[in-house]
Design a protein around this ligand. Structure first.
Ligand code: GLU
Length: 305
């Protein structure tokens, strides 16, 4: 397996140049795009790695899966579904999905910014600090890594320049779709996107969703099995932005990408996958990362379809 991963990384190295690093968050524009790494954790708990698997990057939109999980843990399925719709938007991550001049909860999707910002307001806690700590602790638990922290430079950079997200959040507020103070909710969202991880963390988080709540080599279930069904189903239809249909055909697994260049792959009952390469395609997905996943899926018959 390790040999296979090494071959894939070598074969796909040619694609790292083809993507562009995200530049709308100034701090991300400084990232060296010449990085490609992968980690796979199999059902036996065995960990396989290749390339730049130890390099750190910010989780960005992959954290939407964890925000959704935290919202489900705190409120239950029915409540969350009522507040944030589950239908695919087929639109980019920062789209305003209004219909007939109206914005309703059913127009939101947990994997698109508006839905994710609204979900941040569903996390329960006495203060915004407590809510974020809860999310960070869940991330650490899923990644089996207590030392995960926020990248302060990226957080401040996002906070300084995140005017589109600010606009989306105020729009949500004006339609009564977020409770509480808008800036406080946004702060939780910006911090969440700036959590710093590596491929192994990502593979471990993916593994927890693949195993319906059990971390590698553990029998302790850290969340209810049905929440993995909820999250994985949404990842299948919307995890790769407006590239989700193409990805379903070519790779065929629940997955979530982020503009930091990470992709988390979930192969239900089989494995968790973490990939990182910061050059993005025109949809905001890691260019080389997708190429690696396409080949891995073909080689190992990973498609769930
Ligand atoms: N922090 C980013 C934003 O909200 C996340 C976007 C992404 O990874 O798709 O703009």
């Amino acid at each position: 397996m390790e040999q296979l991963l090494e071959n894939l990384i070598e074969e796909c190295q040619q694609y790292v140049e083809k993507g562009e690093v995200a530049s709308y968050i100034p701090e991300l524009a400084k990232v060296d795009k010449n990085q490609l790494g992968i980690c796979v954790i199999s059902t036996t708990g065995k960990v396989y790695r290749a390339g730049d698997y130890l390099n750190s990057f910010t989780i960005q939109s992959v954290v939407k899966t964890i925000i959704l999980l935290q919202a489900l843990i705190d409120n239950g399925e029915e409540f969350v579904k009522e507040r944030i719709g589950v239908e695919a938007t087929g639109k980019p991550f920062d789209a305003i999905n209004m219909r007939a001049g109206n914005l309703e909860s059913q127009h939101l999707n947990p994997m698109v910014n508006m839905g994710a910002i609204a979900m941040c307001s569903l996390i329960k806690g006495r203060s915004e600090e407590e809510k974020f700590e809860k999310l960070l602790n869940l991330t650490r638990k899923l990644a089996c890594n207590d030392s995960i922290e926020v990248n302060q430079d990226v957080y401040l950079s996002e906070k300084r320049t995140g005017n589109k997200n600010r606009a989306l959040a105020y729009l949500l507020k004006s339609y009564g779709l977020i409770d509480g103070d808008v800036d406080a909710v946004l702060d939780t969202y910006f911090k969440a996107c700036s959590i710093s991880i590596n491929c192994e963390d990502l593979a471990c988080i993916g593994y927890c969703f693949a195993s319906h709540g059990k971390p590698p080599r553990s029998d302790e279930r850290i969340f209810e099995s049905q929440y993995a069904t909820y999250v994985n189903a949404i990842l299948t239809t919307c995890g790769m932005y407006d590239g989700s249909g193409e990805f379903a055909i070519n790779v065929g697994i629940p997955a979530k990408s982020g503009v930091g260049g990470g992709i988390m792959g979930v192969v239900p009952t089989r494995m968790g996958i973490g990939i990182f390469s910061p050059g993005l395609d025109d949809k905001g997905n890691s260019y080389a990362g997708i190429r690696v996943l396409e080949r891995l899926s073909r080689e190992m018959f990973l498609s769930i379809f």
